[in-house]
Design a protein around this ligand. Structure first.
Ligand code: FES
Ligand SMILES: [Fe+2]
Length: 347
């Protein structure tokens, strides 16, 4: 394979999303035992539902009979029934019944790909296997999501932009004091600085050199086998009560080449009565402010052309952006090499 072909394969993989990863695809409350729920991620259509035990099942959203979306169907005793001609498939993708046709040979056939699912902190994660990692590694979660001293809220949104721009945006703390300069919590801080990037145990940290604790000053990315996420802090106004800073945990899921779904948990380390008052205050007042800020990001990214990166002129502040791209490109390269090697071995 020519170097040029290899380069375009890598670019394509990065663009549609890395395999061998757990990606959040929905909120837990969206997946019910009464009707199926269709999602799109990494360019693939999937259907999710809860079986009789309440466990979430996930298959390709494709009926084995003639390809109707199973997400248009119904749930029958924990299995999914196609709306078109009634074929029933279980959570493993095996055809259980073809009600329209006695003793149909399709019954008992494993016809569809099924996916591993895990629920955590109000979100549903699906594992997208790769040749390198066909079986899911343990889902690595940020400690704030597993430590009971932290509490918060998950907010999700679909953005009409490639997920790479959403990641770039998170790796770019310098936009805070410009794009969000009108906002309640992000209006402070100087508008000129240098950035520095440091390696951490799990990934990297990008931060402003001259400003700490005034605004959105830094982001840390963690890259685990099978999961990548970031976190950052927003200083919290004293008027909003006791407790530490607002910590945002971010995951971005590629939907297709032009769309992504962002998952942001807004977390605070706050216990006891203060926790209850924070949760009340968040719903009553703060949530709206945060939506407004997030909308500023969405509108900006959606306004950028898909191929903006071909003409961009990066400068010192884009260290984090460059590092993200390097991480994605390296991972994609290794996935593609493993696929090519497996194909060669099979021939
Ligand atoms: S397409 Fe689903 S039963 Fe026919
Ligand atoms: Fe932002």
């Amino acid at each position: 394979m020519s170097a040029h072909d290899m380069k375009s394969l890598i670019e394509e993989r990065v663009n549609t999303g890395l395999l061998g990863q757990w990606h959040p695809v929905a909120k837990s409350v969206e997946i019910k035992g009464t009707r199926p729920h269709g999602v799109k991620a990494l360019g693939r259509k999937l259907v999710l539902w809860r079986d009789g035990a309440g466990t979430i099942r996930c298959l390709e959203d494709f009926c084995p009979h003639r390809g109707a979306p199973l997400s248009y169907g119904e749930i029958h005793e924990g299995n999914i029934g196609c709306r078109y001609h009634g074929v029933i498939v279980d959570g493993e993708g095996v055809v259980q019944r073809v009600p329209a046709m006695p003793e149909c040979a399709l019954e008992g056939r494993k016809a569809l790909e099924s996916f591993h699912v895990q629920e955590a902190n109000d979100a549903v994660f699906v594992y997208f296997p790769s040749v390198e990692r066909p079986e899911p590694p343990e889902l690595a979660l940020p400690r704030e999501l597993t430590d009971p001293d932290w509490t918060g809220f998950l907010c999700t949104s679909v953005w009409e932009t490639n997920y790479r721009y959403a990641l770039d945006n998170l790796a770019d703390p310098m936009h805070g004091c410009y794009l969000h300069s009108e906002s309640f919590t992000l209006a402070f801080g100087s508008k000129q600085d240098l950035m520095k990037l440091d390696k951490t145990d799990r990934g990297f940290r990008i931060e402003r050199v001259g400003q700490v604790g005034a605004n959105f000053d830094w982001t840390e990315f963690e890259v685990h086998p099978g999961a990548m996420f970031c976190f950052l802090d927003i200083p919290y106004p004293p008027a909003a009560g006791p407790g530490g800073v607002f910590r945002i945990i971010g995951f971005t899921t590629p939907v297709d080449e032009r769309t992504c779904k962002v998952f942001f948990w807004r977390m605070r380390q706050v216990t006891g009565l203060a926790r209850e008052s924070f949760r009340f205050l968040y719903r009553a007042k703060l949530e709206e402010n945060h939506w407004r800020v997030l909308e500023q990001d969405r509108v900006m990214l959606e306004g950028m052309p898909d191929d903006a990166r071909r003409r961009e002129m990066l400068y010192q502040h884009d260290l984090g952006v460059s590092r993200i791209r390097q991480i994605l490109t390296r991972a994609a390269k290794s996935q593609i090499e493993a696929e090519l090697a497996a194909r060669e071995a099979a021939e």
